[in-house]
Design a protein around this ligand. Sequence first.
Ligand SMILES: Nc1ncnc2c1ncn2[C@@H]1O[C@H](COP(=O)(O)OP(=O)(O)OP(=O)(O)O)[C@@H](O)[C@H]1O
Length: 239
Amino acid sequence: MTYAIEAEGLVKYYGNNQVLHGLNMNVKAGEIFGLIGANGAGKSTTIDCLLGTKKLDQGTVKILRNSPNPKQKSHFEQIGVQFQESAFQNGLTVKEICEITHSLYKNPIDWRTKLADYQLEHHVRSSISTLSGGERQKLCILLATMGQPKLLVLDELTTGLDPIARRQIWNNLRRLNDEGVTILLTSHDMHEIETLCDRILLLKHGNVFMEGTVQEVLSKSGAKSMDDAYLQLTGEGIR
Ligand SMILES: Nc1ncnc2c1ncn2[C@@H]1O[C@H](COP(=O)(O)OP(=O)(O)OP(=O)(O)O)[C@@H](O)[C@H]1O
């Protein structure tokens, strides 16, 4: 079995607040893996620790068989990342940010041919600040794929996207996955998780609460949908 990510015993504190409590997590090469959990469960922190953009207090991570090191260009070129809030420099146009990102990689995609996949072809000369939230989100995902990554990491993938845009993104991700790209994503949209993910890990208070295929999680919970399974498993019913 080849793993794209192997993480063992992850511990992370912010000051005195322990956010990850010895988390173990493996993502198989070629799968779409969903990290789910309530607000504050530690999903973004986990992703940061896996990527090495935040320092672990304890534990080990192998990502594409190496220790995470965002400064090691040849390794990091293989990992495409879309963070929750992408900071764009003020005033840049779509074309400019694409050209800048393109120049960072050894084997970049021809981004102009991909704009239509993200419904951005009419926005090439638009300033990023004038894009809608959903358009900006799509641009983030396009930029994350610029270097032809082996692993794509997407934090809150389709937040703010309308149902059509969401499906367009899902199709794009499936296509990338069919081409061999491993995908790690977080989402609060259980329908999205059910539709896309081969396996999921439910994080609760910084530890594994449950993991398995969507089918396994559904049958363990006895629920018919991931939405119901999520509410039942976490016991976080609506009051
Ligand atoms: N830089 C930070 N400094 C201090 N505490 C932090 C920091 N970042 C996150 N936290 C805390 O760590 C906990 C986990 O946060 P994290 O962002 O990892 O959760 P999450 O599961 O991604 O949440 P959400 O679904 O709301 O995005 C939260 O209690 C949060 O307040």
